[in-house]
Design a protein around this ligand. Structure first.
Ligand SMILES: Nc1ncnc2c1ncn2[C@@H]1O[C@H](COP(=O)(O)OP(=O)(O)OP(=O)(O)O)[C@@H](O)[C@H]1O
Ligand SMILES: [Mg+2]
Length: 617
């Protein structure tokens, strides 16, 4: 037992360890299920007694004892009824155990995910976590509530049957056992064969590809239609379906032989019992007791096939739960960012990046390109610092290191001279207000969506924040105003409106450090101007870090930090940066030129002259 504990737990044992659930209810469910299996065998016993009575009295020329036979009939009925009741009780227990386990599992998952770094959850892993929470958790329910009592029931049935068989006749019981063992061995060899295993893998891969292509086909239908690619897209989907069909047939083919052997062996127990019984009776033609046993085996022997079949299919469920638990364990294995042993609280709020290097994929750090390399700058309190740079230059990454969505790979991020890793997470979250590049609204009222910025804020404060972020106009136009639901069954907001709600949320939070990642990207010129004004009012005394592609909106910033390829390439004020050659001037030129662009079907002047030249030639 101790030896087992030291080993890494797998499957269901691991699940119990993960959820910290006690197994007492499951033990009760299993015992009841085993007793139910025993009850199901009572009719078998009754049949045996009836057979014995009929044959012994028949051979002695006596009348069979009718009372005994009626008694046996009743006994069989009572056994069956008791078995059903016990099964019902067992399923009740297993369902209660399953729901308790699920409750514990969901609670622990939610708690664990809540403690993980937000960076982990903003990356692609969210999809996997969602799938695990929805899908695998449900699988656990099926497994605990149904598969466990079923397996115990079926296993007990087989064991009890063989106990009865062996107590009656060793050779005949051996025949039954041999059939079961050989059938299982063949099936095992079949499933574990290299060919079948490689086919199964290819089959599951083809199935995954087919699902992915179906999803892509449906999700991209608008683009597909717009660009007239319906046939192309459908053809790809069709090809994946055909591929899946091919592998499905190959898998069937690979398993067919073994499955046929398995079914034939189990189904032909009687065929084996008849000659063996005859051989046994050959030497003892008057042995009525042996004849009774033989008859009993002929009637009951095939009964062993049903539970054995069931056992084989239940094995599939066990494999599935193993995989589900593996995925759950992977989430639980994800470590939250370490909390400081002696937390410190900064007294001032300027933000400093000190030689920061950051690599996203830590698992393959050796060959992963850093998103930030040796980034150093200081964003002083009471001023606006802008981060600019081409797309993918690492602006959002740098911003996300301030509230410790990730921990730096090298160097340090400091707030008021204190390393963010030395500030307790709760405190750090209080210090930083963040408007993300990608907006997120809860399925709740507009009011609740803003109020989440500061729990306990008064209605007047919420409305003031909404006004500052230019939300009030569109909110007040809605029939239910602030109490309008967002999303399904409520209103759908435009990109700019949703973004303004998120800005209002950050305004309400009123944290000493404010990070705005493209917070006004979708705003129209009028709204942007008003939001800028509100921001400059709100920013007084705060450290504000703004990321923007629209360079005009940050031209007035006290300091502009220019990033390119994860490195700081320039720092300074707008007037200084446009005067010197470099990334910023190029970006500014491109930005101002873009402002002069017009969409036209007429060729531009220089193109016209070249046309004329060509015509002349
Ligand atoms: N969650 C992530 N996992 C792995 N790599 C990432 C992740 N997020 C961003 N990256 C990579 O890090 C680099 C910097 O990305 P980042 O989002 O910081 O750029 P950005 O300057 O904000 O760009 P944009 O202006 O388009 O928003 C990119 O090469 C990107 O591919
Ligand atoms: Mg970004």
């Amino acid at each position: 037992m101790k030896k087992e504990n030291r080993k890494e737990k797998r499957g269901f044992a691991r699940l119990l360890a993960l959820t910290g659930c006690r197994r007492s209810l499951l033990v009760v469910a299993s015992v009841l299920s085993a007793l139910s299996a025993l009850g199901m065998l009572v009719p078998y016993g009754a049949v045996y007694v009836v057979l014995r009575e009929l044959l012994t009295t028949g051979s002695a020329g006596r009348q069979p004892d009718a009372g005994l036979m009626v008694h046996c009939g009743w006994l069989a009925l009572v056994g069956l009824a008791a078995a059903l009741l016990l099964l019902y009780a067992s399923l009740m227990c297993s369902h209660v155990a399953a729901f308790r386990l699920l409750y514990g599992l969901r609670l622990r998952l939610a708690d664990h995910i809540g403690r993980l770094s937000p960076g982990f959850l903003t990356s692609t892993s969210v999809g996997a976590v969602k799938k695990t929470m929805e899908h695998n958790v449900e699988k656990v329910e099926t497994f605990v509530a149904h598969t466990i009592p079923d397996v115990v029931n079926v296993l007990s049935t087989v064991v009890f049957m063989f106990v009865i068989f062996f107590s009656l006749s060793l050779p005949l019981a051996l025949v039954c056992l041999l059939a079961v063992v050989v059938a299982f061995a063949l099936q095992y060899a079949n499933f574990m064969g290299r060919r079948a295993r490689s086919f199964t893998k290819a089959y599951f891969d083809a199935q995954e590809r087919m699902s992915a292509s179906a999803v892509e086909y449906v999700r991209g239908i608008q683009v597909v239609k717009m660009f007239g690619r319906s046939m192309f897209s459908l053809r790809r989907f069709h090809r994946e379906i055909l591929d899946y069909k091919t592998w499905a047939l190959r898998v069937c083919d690979a398993y067919e032989g073994g499955m046929v052997a398995f079914s034939v062996l189990l189904g032909s127990v009687v065929t084996l019992l008849v000659p063996v019984g005859l051989l046994l009776l050959q030497g003892r033609p008057h042995d009525v007791a042996l004849a009774v046993v033989w008859l009993f085996f002929i009637v009951m022997g095939p009964g062993v096939a049903a539970p054995v079949y069931k056992l084989m299919f239940l094995g599939g469920g066990t494999r599935e739960i193993d995989e589900g638990v593996e995925r759950l364990a992977r989430i639980f294995a994800e470590q939250p960012l370490p909390e400081p042993a002696t937390p410190q609280l900064p007294q001032t709020y300027d933000v400093e990046f000190r030689n920061v290097t950051f690599v996203y994929d830590r698992s393959c750090r050796a060959n992963a390109a850093p998103a930030l390399s040796h980034v150093s700058f200081r964003a002083p309190q009471g001023q606006v610092t802008a981060l600019v740079g081409p797309s993918g230059s690492g602006k959002s990454t740098a911003a996300s290191l301030i509230p410790r969505f990730w921990d730096v790979t090298g160097g340090a991020v400091l707030i008021g001279g204190v390393d963010v890793r030395s500030i307790a997470t709760g405190q750090l979250m209080q210090l930083v207000g963040f408007v993300f590049q990608e907006t997120f609204l809860f399925y709740d009222t507009l009011y609740a969506n803003i109020a989440v910025g500061r729990p306990g804020a008064t209605r007047a404060e919420v409305e003031q924040a909404a006004r500052a972020a230019c939300c009030n106009e569109f909110i007040e136009r809605l029939p239910q105003g602030y109490d309008t639901l967002v999303g399904r069954g409520g209103v759908y907001l435009s990109g700019g409106e949703a973004q303004r709600v998120c800005v209002a949320r950050a305004f309400l939070k009123n944290a000493p450090i404010l990070v705005l990642d493209e917070a006004t990207a979708f705003a129209d010129a009028d709204n942007e101007h008003r939001m800028q004004q509100a921001l400059s009012h709100l920013a007084r005394g705060k450290t504000v870090i703004v990321i923007a592609h629209r360079l005009a909106s940050i031209a007035g910033a006290a300091q502009i930090v220019v990033l390119d390829g994860g490195r700081v390439v320039q720092t300074g004020r707008h007037t200084m940066l446009v005067a010197e050659p470099g990334v910023y001037r190029r970006m500014w030129q491109a930005y101002t030129e873009a402002g002069r662009w017009t969409l036209s079907t007429q060729p531009a002047a220089h193109e016209r002259t070249s046309h004329i030249k060509e015509e002349k030639q």
